[in-house]
Design a protein. Structure first.
Length: 201
């Protein structure tokens, strides 16, 4: 997994900010190695095996952050069987990410940012995220579910699920089988406060 840190009050990168599920491989730098991200960025980058990765960001040499491979420079040509391996060793050495996370790195991690490799059973302060298994969905599996590109069928699926859930919720509330979340059983409104202000990043 990848954990991104941001600055603390003293300017040191100690505050965990974002966690990403990833796949690494046999040529991934060993634990303890540190490298500075280069300025190399490529929207589609050719990879070994005659495949391509979206949103490639170079760490060092042939080691890149990028998406799960595609068989062509097309957003509907995802190697879905490789996507299902996110969270486990699967690459030749690069850091494979979801499209959403690869794009975040591509857009936000500047040249000179330090990447430190580690190996530990402890996933870190934010825990280990996971990715959905998509191979069984033949209608959508050629697309990364996190890709916001136009035409992604996963977006339509998510919209249908959201609309269906909304309709079911309204029907339950209208039938009296469900108590609205902002009311207690006596019918009075209830306010919950944590006692802390939301942190600013």
């Amino acid at each position: 997994m990848v954990t991104v840190y941001t600055k603390d009050s003293e300017g040191n990168y100690t505050v965990p900010y974002k966690a990403m599920v990833c796949s690494t491989g046999i040529d991934t730098p060993v634990a303890g190695k540190k490298h500075k991200v280069t300025s190399y960025r490529k929207r589609w980058n050719a990879l070994q095996g005659n495949v391509y990765g979206q949103y490639a960001t170079q760490i060092v040499g042939n080691i890149l952050f990028h998406s799960v491979p595609y068989t062509a420079k097309k957003t509907d040509a995802l190697e879905y069987w490789e996507y299902d391996k996110l969270g486990s060793a699967a690459s030749l050495g690069c850091i494979r990410l979801t499209v959403q996370d690869a794009k975040w790195v591509y857009d936000n991690i500047v040249a000179g940012t330090i990447v430190e490799f580690y190996e530990d059973a402890n996933p870190g302060p934010l825990g280990k995220p996971s990715a959905s298994k998509i191979s069984n969905n033949e209608a959508c599996r050629n697309w990364d579910p996190t890709d916001t590109a136009e035409g992604n069928p996963w977006n339509a699926v998510d919209a249908i699920v959201a609309i269906t859930n909304s309709i079911l919720l309204e029907n339950e509330m209208e039938s009296g089988n469900m108590i609205p979340h902002d009311s207690n059983e006596s019918g009075s409104s209830e306010e919950i406060a944590s006692g802390e202000e939301e942190p600013l990043i």
